[in-house]
Design a protein around this ligand. Structure first.
Ligand SMILES: [Zn+2]
Length: 224
């Protein structure tokens, strides 16, 4: 892929690191990450399907320092702050406050894309309909696409076995990027998120083996 500026949109801390850090590492000078929904301290510990995890800003900062990549932190109210609870965290229907967030975010992104001369936007696919991910996807879907391309990244890290991921919708074509040259940096980048490593993987070693076995990242583009 040829890049001028690439904009990576992450609903939550770690989303880009875990799904796209190889591509980011290869293009660090030209990558901008926008982090959209910061967690509130009291909502740090959430439990989903028996997995307890928390996402921390200091891990996000360690990641951005390690890769020397710019991260813009926005302060949109995340799902819990909008009154959602665990049961309706995965939903296809936006409430009025969320519809408003879509419009605001779209306006912000439209401006940023123009000002920073962005040619590629990396957007979550929102496969699970995690509501924050869906808001970002809807904001992007309504952008006037003039001089930039949209790529979707899966809401699951590329290195997970297929059995632990969800299917990708048809109508998208896969673009596979070789990231073997930056695989060690990708590993180090992901290992900064200690709070996610332990809940999702039995050990660091297991995770590292998985990443090493997958020296590529797949992005998805509308097949037109
Ligand atoms: Zn997320």
């Amino acid at each position: 892929m040829i890049m001028s500026k690439a904009l990576f949109l992450e609903p939550h801390y770690g989303d880009i690191a875990w799904s796209c850090s190889g591509l980011v590492a290869q293009n660090r000078q030209d990558s901008i990450i926008v982090s959209i929904f910061p967690p509130k301290r009291k909502h740090y510990r959430i439990q989903f399907k028996g997995i307890k995890y928390r996402r921390k800003k200091r891990e996000e900062i360690k990641f951005s320092n390690l890769l020397s990549v710019e991260i813009i932190y926005l302060k949109y109210k995340s799902a819990f702050l909008r009154g959602r609870n665990l049961e309706d965290l995965f939903d296809k229907i936006l409430n009025p406050a969320e519809e408003e967030q879509v419009l605001q975010l779209r306006e912000y992104l439209s401006d940023l894309i123009r000002k920073r001369d962005v040619s590629e936007v990396y957007c979550p696919m929102a496969q699970r309909n995690q509501i924050d991910h869906l808001i970002v996807k809807k904001a992007v879907a309504g952008l006037k696409q003039i001089d930039f391309d949209i790529y979707y990244y899966e809401d699951f890290p590329n290195f997970l076995p297929v059995s632990r991921k969800l299917q990708v919708s048809t109508g998208l074509k896969a673009i596979k990027v070789d990231i073997s040259e930056v695989i060690e940096e990708k590993i180090q980048g992901i290992l900064q998120y200690e709070s996610l490593v332990e809940p999702y993987f039995k050990s660091k070693e297991i995770l590292v083996v998985l990443i090493r076995k997958t020296p590529f990242e797949t992005f998805w583009k509308e097949d037109i």
